[in-house]
Design a binder for this molecule. Structure first.
Ligand SMILES: CCCCCCCCCCCCCC(=O)CSCCNC(=O)CCNC(=O)[C@H](O)C(C)(C)COP(=O)(O)OP(=O)(O)OC[C@H]1O[C@@H](n2cnc3c(N)ncnc32)[C@H](O)[C@@H]1OP(=O)(O)O
Ligand SMILES: CCOC(=O)c1cnc2ccc(OC)cc2c1SCCC#N
Length: 389
């Protein structure tokens, strides 16, 4: 397949896959800052760039509306991600964020927002090297402006603005295959509200299964089972940071979280991110951790339902409590909070609980990418310790 844009970019190219002579690490050296293009890339005449301050209620609403109507849909157009405004502000305002990396495109005449792309800074470790990267997300072009090669311009502009901050690598995921995935993961789904998932057409009644038998199959207890299982609180930040850093050190690619990062990404936020830990009743040691983020989806073309309430497994660590038991408690909490489904990728050690806890494999794949950083090893999902929103 010809990738006219991606073949021009410093990313692993399909033709290079077998070539072990190419060294791992940056593909291109940094450009001297004074030589980085100072002015924005040219857009087609009708359009103009806009920097999106997500702390502005109006701007955040415009971004929310663009994504609600034009962001990612599954292959059968059954769902479309419906990130909330609170979630977007959380996702785009981690420690050290740059408003200039939150980029929109407006129609000059109508001022209508028709495209968006974002970056946030992140320290990512690849093998033994910690690299300052940009995590790129929320690339969206209005449905009416597709297939006009706008995406490459969006990507070049966010690249330019990241370069201006002396950052030369990026990490991103996509459902599409472009040069060149560092890993390909699979989504798994655990029904919490099987009746709704069957009504919307996502799940089907199993052979020789009645609805009431299916509801019973997925039934969960009302209360969690692990002694000392509780919500994470601010005073837990140092212990959770230690626990997660130790745990993530086993993976080939993983975030290099410090306490500030943990405070932002893992302290519970209503309807955005939930995190729990196990504090040993005897020793008061924090031995385990689990978390999930809240990403609803619009249900497209169904008379009875408009929104799917989905929880997405985030970072989980088990050192004392069996991972199965820890994640079953996460399912119990999610069910109690009225989620319809609990989703998880087969990354990290998730394969160890997916089948046992009645997750079913999805038909969607998620490909992970690095920009301007070569890894000569296509990773198995279990070697990957990174979850992007
Ligand atoms: C040092 C810092 C570096 C920072 C930058 C790092 C890189 C960041 C990269 C971005 C990471 C984003 C991560 C992220 O946000 C998470 S993945 C979610 C992406 N968004 C959606 O799927 C929303 C619905 N779709 C759309 O809005 C459009 O279809 C988009 C805008 C996706 C493409 O608009 P379009 O109207 O359908 O297409 P054209 O404008 O005509 O352009 C066609 C070209 O775009 C390539 N394409 C298509 N989808 C892509 C995708 N998801 N990543 C990368 N490239 C993608 C495609 O291969 C082709 O190039 P090629 O001819 O070479 O094959
Ligand atoms: C019921 C299981 O499917 C989903 O939760 C879901 C919801 N909304 C989406 C919106 C866009 C979309 O585009 C790929 C997929 C979904 C999916 S399946 C893949 C995500 C997970 N897990």
């Amino acid at each position: 397949k010809r990738h006219k844009f991606w073949e021009t970019q410093p990313v692993g190219q399909f033709k290079d896959l077998g070539d072990p002579s190419l060294p791992e690490g940056p593909i291109e050296p940094p450009t001297p800052l004074l030589e980085v293009k100072q002015e924005p890339y040219n857009l087609p005449n009708l359009y103009e760039w806009i920097t999106c301050d997500m702390n502005s209620e109006d701007m955040c609403s415009e971004v929310y509306n663009l994504l609600t109507n034009n962001y990612v849909e599954d292959d059968e157009n059954m769902f479309r991600f419906n990130y909330s405004k609170e979630f977007l502000r959380w996702a785009l305002h981690p420690p050290g964020y740059f408003t200039s990396w939150h980029i929109g495109v407006r129609v000059k005449s109508s001022k209508k927002l028709v495209a968006f792309i974002t970056g946030v800074p992140a320290r990512i470790r690849a093998r033994d090297t910690v690299v300052n990267m940009a995590e790129i997300n929320f690339l969206c072009v209005h449905k009416k402006l597709r297939s006009k090669r706008l995406a490459p311009v969006m990507i070049k502009e966010v690249t330019r603005r990241v370069h201006l901050e002396n950052i030369w690598q990026a990490a991103y995921t996509a459902g599409v295959v472009i040069p060149t995935p560092i890993s390909t993961c699979q989504y798994w789904h655990r029904s919490l509200n099987p009746k709704k998932l069957i009504d919307v057409g996502f799940s089907r009644l199993g052979a020789r299964m009645t609805m009431s038998r299916t509801i019973k199959l997925y039934k969960l207890p009302d209360s969690t089972s692990t002694p000392g299982f509780r919500k994470m609180e601010p005073h837990d930040i140092p212990a959770v940071t230690r626990l997660l850093r130790d745990y993530l050190s086993q993976f080939l690619v993983a975030p290099d979280f410090d306490e500030n990062d943990i405070e932002h990404w893992l302290l519970p936020r209503e309807d955005v991110v939930e995190s729990f830990l196990v504090e040993s009743p005897e020793t008061h040691e924090i031995t385990d951790f689990c978390s999930f983020y809240t990403l609803p989806s619009s249900i497209l073309g169904n008379q009875n339902y408009s929104t799917l309430k989905a929880a997405y497994s985030y970072y989980n660590v088990s050192t004392k409590t069996p991972l199965l038991q820890l994640m079953n408690d996460a399912l119990i909490v999610a069910k109690r909070k009225d989620y319809d489904v609990f989703n998880a990728l087969d990354v990290m050690q998730n394969e160890g609980f997916l089948k046992e806890l009645k997750f079913g494999p999805g038909d969607g794949k998620l490909h992970y990418y690095l920009y301007n950083y070569r890894l000569n090893h296509v990773m198995r999902p279990s070697e990957l310790g990174l979850v992007l929103l």
